[in-house]
Design a protein around this ligand. Structure first.
Ligand code: CS2
Length: 449
């Protein structure tokens, strides 16, 4: 048995990496098991443990639905309950890979500097008491133990929608290590061993995966015949592009459909700016217009036309190798968004905008600005986000975003709408590429409509 330790065993991981690993076990010569680690809540552990961590993956194509029972997770730990168990597993020689889906905010990147945010209370606490709390903390403490104990090579794979996710994660671990050398007595630096024995392949991950609903549980009970507390719905489409730089063994993921390549970045740019950028536009513009689901928003002719324009803008920033089939890629995206069986809530995508927009939308604006071109549709996405945050803060509604407290402060800070919108926009750390006046005016027009 070979182990993958996975931080963040949520729905996306279960529709994507776990599904690939389950099917790779049919082909490879090793039996891979995944141990999940939840960093905060015990929900996944509590619902999955009574069913041996098996679950149903409900694969919705437009034409039909397939119910697959996925059996590849052996157990789920809850980090805060037993941090040492997680560290021990990272150090365990049977663990060949640590993978992560902890979402953009789980990396604690300082938006202004691009470095590890050591002012984040959890990171600061880890660096002062040596007790892991965050993904970066668990990883670095676990790697330090592995270095001391056996120093077997290991691969660390980020599966989140970050730009350059492998290199970014490596840099954050290196920075945490440097900080720990200064603040934690007896800390043995990792720098040399990281260079020699640890790799951080970049990845592009793609499969649209809505949150689980009670309706899905009932559907699975009726159609698949077992009372699954934690089924996951997803689409038929799936893509996983992985940089081929492994420090140790890996599952036969390629046999299950993943692709190993030398350079992930063209695939990653295309996916983040076209799929995720369009998703964010649909989320904020769709909610503004009164829609609930992605398939409804994309059926709205005005929004659909705007998504087409946004995709054209983003396409101009893609590398040359991605240009020739960009139009087909966009057509396929629109078809995926239109899948009514997915019932993908716009509100789910709207969460964590402060973390998502820089990678998905500001990147397009900056690249076009450098070539002297404006980005009206990408800028509109930011204006719709401003309206979303402004309206929700004004109504005192919950905002699912690590900056929620800051938005509430902004709401209290002034009676002037323009000032508040400006302060919300500043939280994105905009640079000179953003036409801030245009975005603010557009947001005010939307609010007045
Ligand atoms: C979505 C993504 O919630 C979001 O922000 O844009 O989760 C998207 O569904 C996936 O990246 C698709 O691969």
């Amino acid at each position: 048995m070979k182990r993958i330790l996975h931080l963040g065993p949520g729905n996306f991981f279960r529709a994507h990496q776990a599904w690939y690993t389950h099917h790779a076990n049919d082909y490879g010569n090793a039996d891979w098991q995944i141990t999940g680690v939840s960093l905060k809540s015990s929900t996944a552990r509590d619902s999955l443990t009574p069913q041996d961590c098996d679950y149903t993956l409900v694969i919705n194509s437009v034409a039909d639905t397939d119910y697959q029972r996925i059996s590849v997770i052996d157990r789920i730990l809850v980090g805060p309950e037993d941090p040492q168990a997680v560290i021990d597993l990272i150090a365990d020689p049977a663990t060949a890979i640590v993978s992560l889906t902890v979402t953009e905010k789980g990396y604690h990147i300082d938006a202004t500097t691009g470095h590890l945010n050591t002012r984040n209370p959890d990171i600061a606490a880890e660096l002062s008491d040596g007790q892991p709390r965050t993904a970066i903390g668990f990883l670095t403490f676990g790697l330090q133990k592995r270095q001391q104990q056996n120093a077997d090579p290991i691969t660390i794979i980020s599966c989140d929608n970050l730009s350059d996710n492998g290199a970014t994660l490596k840099k954050l671990v290196q920075e945490f290590d440097q900080e720990a050398s200064r603040s934690l007595p007896g800390w043995l630096g990792l720098a040399d061993w990281l260079k020699k024995s640890v790799t951080f392949p970049g990845t592009m991950v793609d499969r649209i995966t809505p949150a689980t609903t009670d309706a899905l549980r009932q559907e699975v009970h009726q159609k698949a015949g077992w009372a699954d507390a934690s089924p996951v719905a997803t689409e038929l489409f799936s893509e996983w592009i992985i940089e081929d730089s492994f420090a140790a063994e890996r599952p036969a993921w390629d046999q299950a459909g993943a692709q190993f390549v030398d350079d992930v970045s063209p695939f990653e740019h295309r996916k983040l700016r076209l799929l995720n950028g369009a998703h964010s536009f649909l989320a904020y513009a769709g909610l503004y217009t009164g829609h609930t689901y992605v398939h409804e928003a994309i059926a709205d002719t005005v929004l659909r036309a705007a998504v087409g324009e946004l995709m054209l803008e983003a396409t101009t920033t893609l590398p040359a190798t991605m240009q020739s089939d960009a139009a087909d890629y966009c057509t396929e995206l629109i078809e995926r968004f239109a899948n009514p069986a997915l019932k993908h809530e716009l509100a789910q995508i709207a969460g964590d905008g402060s973390q998502k927009l820089p990678v998905r939308v500001l990147s397009t604006i900056a690249d076009r600005h450098n070539k002297g071109t404006a980005s009206p549709c990408a800028s509109d996405t930011i204006a719709y986000w401003l309206v979303f945050i402004y309206q929700r803060s004004a109504a005192g509604a919950d905002i699912n975003d690590p900056l929620a407290k800051r938005f509430a402060e902004i709401q209290q800070s002034s009676d002037n709408r323009r000032d508040k919108l400006t302060a919300i926009l500043q939280t994105l750390s905009p640079d000179g590429s953003l036409d801030q006046n245009r975005i603010l005016e557009r947001a005010e027009t939307l609010l007045d409509a």
